[in-house]
Design a protein. Structure first.
Length: 453
């Protein structure tokens, strides 16, 4: 039920007011991100860098595409064995590397112009995500929730920094996932077969950006196949969603099968499992075991081939897990805690030069924001489990998204694709607390009048 504040009393005038606020939200979010981009001189960070030091795997693949060598060489650089071989790869989903390649064509390689074009585009995508959060908030709780979620994201430091500085697909994945979830929760329930197919197309495109959100598919299907129609009709909707999503990914999966021998959007899961489950495992990415940093692992990768090497890494990880299942169970719980609440600065093993997290004030601030967002989100999710289908579906998506990271390894940026979604249950919980406090004050104010009567 809408509150008096949210109830549409003015019709067209109210719609115009919301349209103006949405335009203002987008403009402010964009200006904040562009300001961060300009103040920090983020485009100039590309000056004098090679593709690896600028854009890591995405940058190297993009450079290979620009040079006419195809989708290959995700670690290629003039250093050690990585300069000797640049095999064809299926390591990453195609969208972001191809985007970088197009911008490198325009900007003349790894240049400040290329970086400026990319980061400006990411700022636009990030500002647009504020609008998607507003739209999703409107579906789940009305204008009040939409307003809080959208404006908090507009000023969220993680969102600003990733958009204005980070050369990785993080901002693009967050935008694509948030838009997909909004479409599913707004249009999925009781959808026609054609609309379910359209949502399947959106999901397929999302997978080609990054398949990490694949775990939200069951919740999306639950919404699409629920309620209206007989079981046959529900099955048709679910089938349309799945077939169109599969057909969208099929050309790229077929390309990977022909090029490297794996019918998948990405080929790297076995390696990610290994670098997180080994004798050095502490919940984080063990750089010294990854073929992008270890000469020995890279030589094994070249000798065996990408897919056999990834399979061998998976077997190494599984053997380690079987040898000490209790340690793996503890690690899994530890990674779940790291994902939602971060690592306490006093125990965080990571360092940057001479700085440790315990002695770096910025690390304490970042940890506090990360932990508070996770805590409020989970509290809001508990609240929403008693609400409608759309609320429960979003909770299921948020809980299921990080499951692969519990098994592999965790970094703070792995959470950012769902950070815009997390803001909504977090905001709902805060608003619920505010409403309860107001209700108590109102009852307390009425109590003397009742006693006087």
């Amino acid at each position: 039920m809408l509150s008096g504040h949210d109830r549409p009393t003015g019709g067209v005038p109210r719609a115009r007011t919301h349209a103006r606020e949405l335009a203002l939200l987008f403009a402010v979010a964009l200006l904040v991100r562009l300001a961060a981009f300009l103040v920090h001189g983020c485009a100039q960070h590309a000056a004098g860098k090679d593709a690896w030091s600028w854009g890591f795997e995405s940058g190297c693949i993009a450079e290979s595409l620009v040079d006419g060598h195809g989708y290959a060489g995700q670690w290629a650089r003039a250093e050690g064995p990585w300069g000797e071989h640049a095999p064809v790869t299926g390591w990453l989903a195609p969208t972001y590397p191809y985007l970088l390649a197009a911008l490198m064509k325009l900007g003349g390689g790894v240049t400040p112009l290329t970086a400026g074009l990319l980061l400006a585009l990411q700022c636009v995508l990030s500002a647009s995500t504020c609008l998607f959060v507003w739209g999703l908030g409107g579906v789940l709780g009305g204008v009040r929730l939409a307003r809080v979620g959208g404006w908090v994201l507009a000023f969220l430091p993680y969102s600003i920094w990733n958009a204005a500085h980070t050369v990785w697909d993080t901002t693009l994945v967050a935008a694509a996932l948030t838009l997909f979830v909004e479409l599913v929760l707004r249009f999925g329930r009781g959808a026609s077969v054609a609309r379910a197919a359209g949502l399947g197309l959106a999901f397929g495109v999302l997978m080609l950006v990054n398949p990490a959100p694949a775990s939200v598919a069951p919740a999306a299907l639950w919404v699409i196949a629920r309620d209206q129609g007989a079981w046959v009709e529900r099955g048709k909707r679910a089938l349309a969603f799945g077939l169109v999503a599969f057909a969208t990914c099929l050309p790229w999966c077929w390309r990977n099968h022909a090029a490297v021998g794996s019918f998948a959007v990405r080929t790297n899961f076995g390696v990610e499992l290994m670098v997180g489950n080994n004798d050095l495992a502490n919940g984080y990415f063990q750089v010294q075991l990854h073929p992008s940093y270890s000469p020995d692992e890279f030589r094994a990768y070249v000798a065996q081939g990408e897919v056999p090497y990834a399979a061998a890494c998976a077997e190494r990880a599984k053997a380690w897990i079987r040898a000490d299942p209790l340690r793996f169970a503890r690690l899994t719980l530890h990674r779940a805690r790291l994902y939602w609440f971060g690592d306490f600065p006093w125990s965080d093993p990571r360092t940057e030069g001479a700085k440790s997290a315990a002695t770096d004030p910025a690390s304490w601030v970042k940890w506090g924001m990360h932990a508070l967002t996770g805590l409020l989100c989970l509290a809001g999710c508990a609240l929403w489990l008693r609400r409608g289908v759309e609320h429960q579906a979003l909770v299921l998506m948020l809980i299921s998204f990080p499951a692969p990271y519990y098994l592999t390894h965790v970094l703070e940026r792995y959470r950012f694709p769902i950070e815009p979604l997390m803001l909504l249950p977090a905001a709902a919980f805060v608003l619920w607390l505010v409403d309860r406090a107001r209700g108590r004050r109102a009852r307390a104010a009425l109590a003397p009048d009742r006693e006087a009567r």
